[in-house]
Design a protein around this ligand. Structure first.
Ligand SMILES: [Zn+2]
Length: 320
């Protein structure tokens, strides 16, 4: 089945998902891309039960759920509102608040918006699958250390957190990204991160820090002997440095700073958005939980879309 284009505008989106029926059809198409086939007897005809999200096999009467494994399972919120919420979060604002969502969707209750947002956000925090490969830049940065609340008298959370990052080199641009908050700059933290997220045998570019020394086993490790001047590091490892700077801008601009305690969650969300910046449809489906039953986004899909956009422009495309 050819993948449909992702709607480019809100109007297109509304046309495509104009009714509950449209949304249901889309769910069925995601679940059974080649048409319904009964998981029990293989029959290909089914009818929908009055209960939302259940199809009953026309021959053996087996009931198959359309929404199992998705955020839409057992929810009373209309599908259209879920779809709209996922669309908004995919395409527009990085840090949608529950109040914004409530207003945008015209929901009666704040709690409904809050719950939806929680569910959608959880989908973003699912760990990324697959390890980076090819040529990968790795470095670490201090992030955070901003005030926690704006009410007077709150103490400042002055401790910076350490974020380690890996970015695939794709021509002059960047491929996929992995980021993690780590305890310290030891080999146990840094080399372990690389081992967890970069395919063995890949070429790994780092600075000369000893925390990366263990990578000479298992990788084509190319440490560069740069001095203490951080400007050298950003010249030698431009992609990972750009990623850190985008992350910091995003945390500051959109979320007005994030405390160390909550940083890992935001870092995960950043990675989710960054890695799907050119495949909004994949992001949309991931958010709704519709991609879990199928093959994960392939590299081809990730890189097919457009020529690489550099730096902050690329980020603005996903978060702006
Ligand atoms: Zn059947």
């Amino acid at each position: 089945m050819a993948r449909p284009d992702f709607p480019r505008t809100l109007a297109e989106f509304q046309d495509r998902f104009a009714s509950e029926e449209d949304c249901r059809r889309y769910l069925v198409a995601c679940r059974w891309p080649d048409g319904f086939s009964c998981p029990r007897c293989g029959a290909r005809d089914a009818y929908e039960l009055a209960t939302r999200g259940l199809l009953q096999c026309g021959s053996c009467r087996h009931q198959a759920s359309v929404t199992a494994g998705t955020v839409l399972h057992r929810t009373r919120v209309p599908l259209r509102q879920w779809f709209a919420a996922a669309y908004l979060i995919t395409t527009h604002t990085p840090g949608f608040s529950a109040a914004q969502l409530q207003r945008q969707l015209g929901l009666g209750r704040y709690e409904t918006a809050w719950t939806m947002l929680q569910r959608l956000r959880r989908a973003m925090l699912r760990p990324e699958r697959g390890r980076l490969s090819g040529v990968v830049e790795v470095d670490e940065a201090y992030v955070g250390g901003v005030e926690e609340g704006r009410r007077g008298g709150r103490q400042r959370d002055s401790a910076k957190s350490i974020v380690v990052g890996a970015v695939e080199v794709r021509g002059r641009g960047s491929g996929r990204v992995r980021l993690a908050v780590v305890e310290d700059l030891s080999a146990a933290s840094l080399a372990s991160f690389v081992e967890a997220w970069v395919e063995p045998g890949s070429t790994v570019l780092t600075d000369g820090w000893q925390g990366y020394a263990p990578l000479r086993r298992g990788y084509d490790h190319r440490p560069s002997a740069v001095g203490g001047d951080p400007r050298n590091a950003s010249r030698l490892l431009p992609r990972v440095h750009r990623t850190f700077s985008n992350l910091k801008t995003w945390l500051k601009g959109t979320h007005h700073g994030v405390s160390a305690k909550h940083l890992p969650r935001y870092v995960d969300e950043f990675v989710f958005r960054f890695n799907r910046r050119r495949t909004p449809m994949a992001a949309f489906r991931s958010l709704l939980g519709l991609s879990t039953q199928h093959a994960p986004t392939t590299r081809k899909m990730l890189y097919a879309a457009e020529p690489t956009v550099e730096g902050s422009t690329a980020l603005m495309a996903i978060v702006g």
